[in-house]
Design a binder for this molecule. Structure first.
Ligand code: SAH
Length: 238
C-alpha cells in the first residue's frame, strides 16, 4: 500500500513538473542555439563549459519584453538607468578568459541585469556581485532568486572596494570601464587568481585586460578592444 502511494505521488510530481516546464516554454531555444553556434563557437569561444552555460541562460529574461526578439543577437542590449548588457560574444570571452573551475569563488563588479552573474553561476559554486545603482541591484537580486540561482549574492555598493568579507577570490570580473585597476581588487585576488577588466578611456573605448597573480606579481595580458559603460564612484576621484 505504502509503495503504491509512493508511486502515485512520484507520478503526480513528474506530471506537475512537466506541465510547469511546458507552460514556461522556451520560445527562444533555437535563437539561443544559433547564437552559440555562430557568434561564439564560430569565433574563438571553445571552452565547452562556457558554451554550455551560454546555451543555458535565457538572456531574454534579463531585458524588457520589447527586446525579447533581439535578445540573442550579438550586440549589447539596454537595461534600466542607461546601462547595457554586453554582447553575448564579450560575455563568453570574458568568462572563458577566467578559466574557471567549479569550486571557484568569483566576484563581479557591475551586476547590471544579472545576466553575466547567471552565466558565472552555471560554472562555479559561489558568485558575489556588486552593483552601484540601487534599483538595478534590487532588481537583479530578485530576478536571480526567481530564476533559482541560489549561489549568487548581490549587494549594492561601490565595487571599487571589492567585497573584503568574502575575499580572497579565485577570479574577479569587472563589467564597467575604468582607466586604472582598483588596488583593492588585486589585493582580494588569490595567488593564481585571474582578473578581467576593460581598461582605458572610460568615455571611448578600452582594452579588455587579463591580470593573473603569479607569486604575488601581476602578469598583464591584453585581450581585445571593447566598449563598456564607465565605472562610477571612488574610481572617478583617482
Ligand atoms: N554585467 C552586467 C552589465 C554591466 S553594465 C550584466 O550582465 O547585465 C555595468 C554596470 O556597472 C552598470 O549596471 C553600472 O551601474 C555598474 N557600475 C558602475 N560603476 C560601478 C561601481 N563602482 N561599482 C559597482 N557597479 C558599478
Amino acid at each position: 500500500m505504502k509503495t503504491k502511494l509512493l508511486i502515485i505521488a512520484s507520478f503526480l510530481l513528474v506530471i506537475t513538473i512537466s506541465l510547469k516546464t511546458l507552460a514556461q516554454g522556451d520560445p527562444f531555444k533555437n535563437a539561443r542555439e544559433k547564437m552559440v553556434k555562430h557568434d561564439l563557437k564560430g569565433r574563438d569561444i571553445n571552452d565547452k563549459k562556457v558554451l554550455s552555460a551560454m546555451g543555458k541562460v535565457k538572456r531574454h529574461l534579463f531585458v524588457e519584453k520589447s527586446l525579447w526578439n533581439v535578445a540573442y543577437n550579438d550586440y549589447p542590449l539596454s537595461i534600466d538607468e542607461g546601462q547595457t548588457i554586453s554582447q553575448p560574444y564579450i560575455v563568453a570571452l570574458m568568462t572563458q578568459c577566467l578559466n574557471l573551475k567549479p569550486t571557484d569563488k568569483v566576484l563581479e563588479i557591475g551586476t547590471g541585469s544579472g545576466y553575466q552573474a547567471a552565466v558565472l553561476a552555471e560554472l562555479v559554486d559561489q558568485v558575489y556581485s556588486i552593483e552601484m545603482r540601487e534599483e538595478l541591484a534590487k532588481e537583479a537580486s530578485l530576478r536571480l532568486k526567481e530564476l533559482g540561482y541560489q549561489n549568487v549574492k548581490v549587494k549594492q555598493g561601490d565595487g571599487y572596494f571589492g567585497w573584503p568579507s568574502y575575499a580572497p577570490f579565485d577570479a574577479i570580473i569587472v563589467t564597467c570601464a575604468t582607466n586604472q585597476i582598483p588596488t583593492p581588487l588585486t589585493k582580494q585576488l588569490k595567488e593564481g587568481g585571474r582578473l578581467i577588466i576593460p581598461l582605458g578611456n572610460t568615455l571611448f573605448h578600452q582594452t579588455l585586460t587579463l591580470i593573473t597573480k603569479v607569486k604575488g606579481e601581476l602578469k598583464v595580458k591584453q585581450i581585445s578592444g571593447v566598449r563598456f559603460v564607465p565605472m562610477i564612484g571612488e574610481t572617478e576621484k583617482k
